[in-house]
Design a protein around this ligand. Sequence first.
Ligand code: G6P
Length: 366
Amino acid sequence: QIADKGNHRHFMAKEIHEQPEVISHTLANLIDMAAGRVNFPDLGVDLSKLSRVTISACGTAYYAGLIGKYWIERYARVPVEIDVASEFRYREPPLPEGGLAVFVSQSGETADTLATLRYCKSQGQRIASIVNVRTSTIARESDAVLPTLAGPEVGVASTKAFTCQLAVLAALAIALGRARGAISAELEQELVGALMEVPRHISSMLSDESVYEALAHDLSRARDVLYLGRGVNFPLALEGALKLKEISYIHAEGYAAGELKHGPIALIDESVPVIVVAPKDELFDKTVSNVQEVAARGGQIVFVSNGESDEVGCDVVAHITIPDVHPFTNPLIYAVPAQLIAYHTAVFMGTDVDQPRNLAKSVTVE
Ligand code: G6P
């Protein structure tokens, strides 16, 4: 594939718009569409006997892994240990006998992730990697490869690779859930059906970006931005903040909404936009009550939700309306506004979106 920008101004925009297609490809590889079941390669371990799953990665891939932890623990009822590779490799934690270690990496060359993989191998773990570059070192040193079929990703800030990593992790959670008898055949079909709907929903969200262009004016004036989420959408808040930092250079912090009162609420005043990832799931009411605490202190709320604006119970500076989807797939869907908020803010500010200062696409040295 030749990397060109097509009709887009930046590779990042092109890659955001490729997501419906590349997520479809990635899912088609792991799902029996007709049967509505996952169709997973043999990972060389008895999934029903695992006492724990270990995940490690860096940067955006780490946040994908963190979302994977929520999914796997919820749907497969197996504990997941996860850490950034640069900590994991030196912490050298004890690992369960015959365990499964999963590595997530777009490039497959990140030095810390590779070192962690080698440590896990030395501890007798089976190694499965979720990689975008099939010929990479991490892919070659793995026992099993679960590919993301995102195609070449040129923009330094990862977008389509991230959502494809999520697609693989979601399928892995279902495969583990089935192997362990934690989900019924009906639930498996429901979850697989929900995943198959993701590309269509993302396409519809990409048909009009004007709300993000308008929001960019406000965000560009901010010195600090807070990103809040709960549950499986908490890692997404971390990823949204990372994206904003990476390409717009605005200081942004992702926080678990319930932790707000334990510190960050001290930062809130009229100059701080607070982006709230608030799908109408079982935690919506809790998130809304956190939002009201922020609004009462003057914080400027950007409400990213499939709920109605009047359900927040306070004024919002922007409501980014998200389609109603199955709650299982929320992280895949809400990843898109996180990308577009960062992208349009960076474009408005005139930064080098595809090649942000000081960052490398792949960090192959420690
Ligand atoms: C760099 C990139 C990030 C990426 C991280 C991990 O920091 O700028 O976009 O998430 O490395 O890279 P990997 O290739 O292992 O996913």
